[in-house]
Design a binder for this molecule. Structure first.
Ligand code: TK8
Length: 342
């Protein structure tokens, strides 16, 4: 089985990565000068931008300065979907972006779009870094991309410029930008919003010009993208945990030596660990900061949260079919074990 082989191979690479630093110097390893163009969508001054910098520094360090990462943020290389095609074609080496925009390439990625799939980051980490996460990212290999690690985008929350959303009906008629992905489109249609798919790179302008009224993203992004300048109301919904994924062009990857692959794999893990901590620290303070920036924040009553949850989880059956019942059941099984404390 192709995918199993790949995840086993990635595990071996991770082990080899430790060996590179532990026993041999980067100089002795099989590493050539390489330039890696690494694209991402958020601003340099964001949790995404900070972690890309950690990745770049780590690659430089582990390769003894031979492998260099040119980080290009702010969607300067295009929206996520365009960068994905550039990776597949070999015109760009690496990127980090939302798993949600990969669903057209690997349908199993839709698993991460399941509303309320995980209750907390402990469950998210266990699922993403465990066999389920490995299986899903393994699906990219046959499509021309190699998934190295999941980073945290985070729990998503709703903002808009019209009025406070305190009950389900408040979403009626709100023109809401969603990621380019059918699960998100269906989810927010279920809630009664007028959902419009748009790339992230066009989002700020769309909000500013009132082409759309609202959007949903983690607190970190609402802050770093300055959405508070064009959005008045924030509703704490935590409706889905959204991962980012660090990917490499398969064409580029296949031309690398084992040592070079190990450098990238190890740097992806190191930056992941940095990124999750940084994101969580920032998220813990972000809500208070968004309030000082003038946003009006409201929680949902238990009854309204339950109504929303009920509507949103109506898309689950469709997701299960899309990702396959085996993967769906394995996911639910692992979550049940985690929740039982096993
Ligand atoms: C950044 C996007 C962003 C995502 C979105 O490229 O599109 O709303 O949350 O983080 O991937």
């Amino acid at each position: 089985m192709k995918t199993l082989t790949l995840s086993r191979r990635l595990a071996l690479i991770a082990a080899a990565a430790l060996a590179v630093t532990a026993t041999t110097s980067a100089q002795a390893a099989d590493i050539k000068p390489r330039l890696i163009r690494f694209g991402y969508g958020l601003a340099e001054n964001s949790n995404q931008g900070r972690a890309v910098k950690v990745f770049a520094d780590e690659v430089q360090k582990l390769s003894g300065g031979k492998m260099r990462v040119r980080a290009i943020g702010g969607a300067a290389l295009g929206p996520d979907t365009q960068m994905q095609q550039a990776l597949i074609g070999g015109a760009q080496e690496m990127m980090v972006g939302s798993t949600a925009t990969l669903v057209g390439i690997a349908k199993e990625m839709a698993l991460w779009d399941t509303p309320f799939l995980v209750n907390n980051v402990r469950e998210a980490d266990a699922l993403l870094d465990g066999p389920v996460g490995d299986k899903v990212r393994g699906k990219l290999a046959e499509k021309g991309m190699v998934g190295l690690a999941y980073w945290e985008n985070g729990f998503r929350n709703l903002t808009n410029s019209k009025h406070a959303v305190t009950k389900l009906e408040d979403l009626n008629g709100i023109k809401l930008r969603v990621m380019q992905n059918n699960v998100f489109l269906d989810s927010f249609k279920q809630l009664g919003a007028n959902a419009v798919p748009l790339p992230y790179s066009e989002l700020f302008t769309a909000l500013e010009t009132n082409a759309v009224d609202g959007q949903e993203n983690p607190y970190n992004t609402i802050l770093s993208a300055k959405f508070y300048e064009v959005q008045k109301y924030l509703t704490v919904t935590n409706h889905v945990y959204s991962p980012w994924i660090v990917t490499v062009s398969r064409k580029f990857w296949d031309g690398l030596s084992k040592d070079e692959q190990a450098v990238l794999q190890q740097a992806a893990i190191k930056s992941r660990d940095f990124e999750r901590k940084d994101t969580r620290d920032e998220a813990a303070k972000a809500l208070a900061e968004l309030k000082t920036k003038g946003m009006q924040v409201n929680e949902l009553s238990a009854a309204e949260a339950a109504r929303m949850r009920d509507k949103l989880t109506r898309v689950n059956a469709g997701i299960a079919t899309q990702v396959g019942m085996d993967l769906w059941n394995e996911t639910q099984g692992q979550l049940a074990k985690l929740r039982a404390g096993k």
